[in-house]
Ligand binder design. Structure first.
Ligand code: CA
Ligand code: CA
Length: 380
């Protein structure tokens, strides 16, 4: 969900830029920078931002071993610290934050059976407690928070069937209600919020799905949107600057692809592919990009501790260093005056970042908006 309180302070950017530009992988449409690895390799874990810090909890470390542990990212020291274990091991669960509490919902235990548990984490006291359970057990589901409610969407039932259900949790009342069923049953699906809408993307029922369905939380209504170009499941999905990035995944193979959905136009585009393809990984929007902890590095099971951050290119960033500043002036004029020379000099950058007035053309009309934004005025 794109919301300032869910995004960590920009201390990470300084650290990333100063510390590891040499390790950055620049590709058309964005860049990926490795961060400190998790203490424990894990896939099918969950992740969330709580009080400005990224947490990763649970997941599979081997075929039959689910984890109880939770790690918290220290963005000043670029390291992960263990905090209190969850009450029980979980994998294929989901997590979301409401009112500065973390909720870990559903998932499997080592028996690979879906659970109905709800665990609440208090970051001040580093303690967990159980809350009202899901009305029905679910694993490989999606969990998203919107307006102080937690939405548990789809996933596998205790009987192993893919579901269409929406369960809605009110943490204050500690009560669950049921929302309208989504059009397409799915598990290993992903979801992300933009405003008060939740977009539920991909997943599988045997084979992978390309479905993109929008749940309007205000009206409890579903709308079928333009499908994702590449059917996949178990992707990393997060909202950044109003767009939804859908990265990696599996079925029918391991994917590196990064497809971007723009809810404003109901269109898809392609951004930079992942240099380290994974599925069953975390995805958390932070101040300067989307952090991607862990995941499986082959289709099936091979968990990694690897973590990187994807930073979409931004308008005005013509040298694609992740920042818009005076260093972009010369590349901007090169892009305007000699696009071929620009592309030759900056082969991994996106010339469309010079389209400052977003009219689909890079030309003189972009000069005033460029300098207005650079000078601290209105930016597109
Ligand atoms: Ca720049
Ligand atoms: Ca333009």
């Amino acid at each position: 969900m794109y919301e300032p309180r869910n995004r960590i302070a920009c201390r990470t950017c300084a650290l990333v830029v100063a510390g590891s530009l040499a390790g950055q992988t620049l590709l058309a449409g964005g860049s990926y920078t490795p961060l400190a690895s998790l203490s424990t390799a894990r896939q099918e874990s969950a992740s969330a931002v709580l009080r400005g810090q990224v947490y990763v909890m649970g997941g599979l470390v081997s075929g039959r071993t689910a984890l109880r542990s939770m790690e918290r990212y220290d963005d000043l020291k670029n390291r992960w610290d263990f905090v209190a274990d969850m009450p029980a091991s979980r994998d294929h669960h989901g997590a979301a934050v409401v009112r500065e509490r973390l909720y870990v919902i559903g998932g499997y235990a080592a028996d690979f059976q879906a659970k109905n548990t709800v665990f609440e984490y208090d970051p001040i006291n580093d303690t967990w407690r159980s809350r009202a359970p899901l009305p029905s057990a679910r694993g490989a589901l999606s969990i998203v928070a919107v307006d102080d409610r937690v939405y548990a969407i789809g996933g596998v039932s205790a009987g192993g069937a893919a579901t269409r259900t929406v369960f809605i949790y009110d943490p204050v009342a500690d009560q669950w209600t049921r929302g309208a069923d989504m059009p397409t049953a799915r598990e290993h699906l992903t979801a992300a919020a933009v405003g008060t809408d939740i977009y539920v993307i991909g997943g599988r029922v045997g084979s992978a799905r390309a479905s993109n369905e929008r749940y309007d939380t205000l009206n409890n209504a579903w709308h079928v949107m333009r499908p994702m170009p590449t059917a996949r499941s178990a992707m990393a999905t997060a909202t950044f600057d109003g767009k939804i990035y859908v990265m990696g995944g599996e079925i029918p193979r391991l994917f590196a692809i990064n497809e971007v959905y723009d809810p404003a136009s109901d269109t898809w585009s392609t951004s930079a592919p992942m240099p380290v393809p994974r599925h069953g990984l975390g995805a958390v929007a932070v101040s300067d990009g989307i952090m991607l902890p862990g995941g499986g590095t082959i289709q099936g099971l091979r968990p990694t501790a690897f973590v990187d951050i994807f930073r979409p290119f931004q308008l005005g960033d013509l040298n694609c260093d992740g920042a818009f500043n005076g260093g972009d002036i010369d590349p901007f004029f090169l892009a305007l005056g000699d696009p071929a020379a620009y592309l030759a000099r900056f082969p991994s950058c996106d010339i469309n970042n010079a389209d400052m007035n977003r009219d689909g053309m890079v030309n003189g009309g972009d000069i005033d908006p460029f300098f207005t934004c650079l000078g601290g005025g209105n930016c597109p």
